[in-house]
Design a binder for this molecule. Structure first.
Ligand code: AHM
Length: 337
């Protein structure tokens, strides 16, 4: 049998990275392994989502007599479970939970990190077989080790992230994560049940031709944003166009595509949602970190996302993210950030 040993698994890759840091404890690698495990379990359930009518709807009892949980609750429990039982995480914040959760036991209290996650982003798309995803973000805690973690650990600015990533449950399932050293993508090989390095050292093209925004809200956006969208629509060959509008309504899929192909994703504030829709801690910060490490930019229209000091766990934000030169063109309308 021909085994391609050039293909590294997620575990092999993170362990290899460790060798560059003789003093590293391996806690981050262990955390990423835990996240990889939870996402494989979620992947299995996401793939069965279409069978929900046969097996029983959420809230009902399935044929085995078990409660059928909504997929987003299932995903939340999986990520909570692996992180609680692991050795690297002192507590978690989740888009699905009102408050953060402290894992108050001896091992967790001595752990270095806290993790924030959106267990199943875009879950409104599950019923129609559109890609959905998990987003996560890792911070070194600021509270004293040996004691339970505190709210301050979770309310850190995005520029203090140690790592961030996402899992996209799509035509294939991928885990992409960034540390300050780079962004790497792993595709799940279902035959061996492992994430394998498929997209090493991802760089976001400086410019692309895709803009992603909910056009249905056009007349609710501020004038400078409308002007920029108008410019996108008028691009010709001579001005770097024509542009293509692509908007799935599943942020993980939209930003993943633009990261790889080059493009800009926008979720501006609207009249109905004056603070924006997306969550700063669970959605904007992780993607801002990933895209910046890959060479792109991310702002709220006024400020670099990663410099915003959060005040609430579920704080919302306007969000603009993507290829550097496209972001700079947007800033020529909204003001330089
Ligand atoms: P959710 O937290 O309810 O899943 O909403 C988040 C999703 C993002 O994935 C996506 O970019 C956005 O909401 C789409 O919103 P809209 O339908 O308003 O364009």
């Amino acid at each position: 049998m021909n085994i391609n040993r050039n293909v590294l698994t997620l575990d092999e890759f993170t362990i290899q990275q460790l060798r560059n840091f003789p003093n590293a404890t391996g806690e981050l690698s262990s955390l990423l392994r835990d996240i990889g495990l939870a996402s494989k379990r979620v992947n299995v359930e996401v793939n069965k989502a279409g069978l929900v009518d046969i097996l029983g709807d959420a809230g009902s009892i399935n044929v085995q007599g078990e409660d059928v949980k909504k997929l987003d609750i299932f995903a939340n429990n999986q990520f909570m479970g692996v992180l609680k039982h692991g050795i690297s995480c002192a507590g978690v914040g989740s888009e699905e939970m009102d408050d953060f959760v402290v894992f108050d036991d001896e091992v967790s209290n001595n752990s270095k990190y806290v993790v924030m996650f959106d267990p199943l982003d875009g879950s409104g798309n599950i019923d129609v077989n559109v890609s959905i995803g998990t987003i996560f973000s890792v911070y070194r805690r600021v509270s004293e080790r040996g004691k339970p973690c505190t709210k301050e650990d979770f309310l850190q600015a995005g520029n203090r992230q140690v790592a961030a990533g996402y899992v996209i449950y799509g035509s294939s399932t991928m885990l992409v994560y960034a540390t300050r050293r780079g962004v790497n993508g792993f595709t799940l090989d279902p035959s061996i049940g492992e994430f394998c390095l498929s997209h090493p050292n991802i760089k976001c093209p400086e410019v692309g031709r895709i803009y992603s925004v909910n056009h249905g809200n056009f007349f609710q956006y501020d004038e400078p944003v409308r002007q920029y969208i108008d410019t996108c629509q008028r691009k010709t060959k001579d001005t770097g166009g024509p542009y293509t509008q692509r908007y799935i309504g599943s942020m993980v899929a939209d930003v993943h595509r633009n990261l790889i192909k080059g493009g800009i994703f926008m979720y501006p504030n609207t009249i109905d949602k004056p603070k924006g829709k997306l969550r700063l801690l669970y959605e904007c910060n992780p993607f801002a970190f990933i895209v910046e490490v890959a060479g792109g930019k991310a702002t709220n229209g006024k400020q670099r996302i990663l410099d915003v000091q959060p005040t609430e766990l579920h704080q919302r934000s306007a969000f603009f993210v993507g290829s550097r030169l496209m972001m700079e063109e947007l800033e020529s309308y909204t003001g330089k950030v």
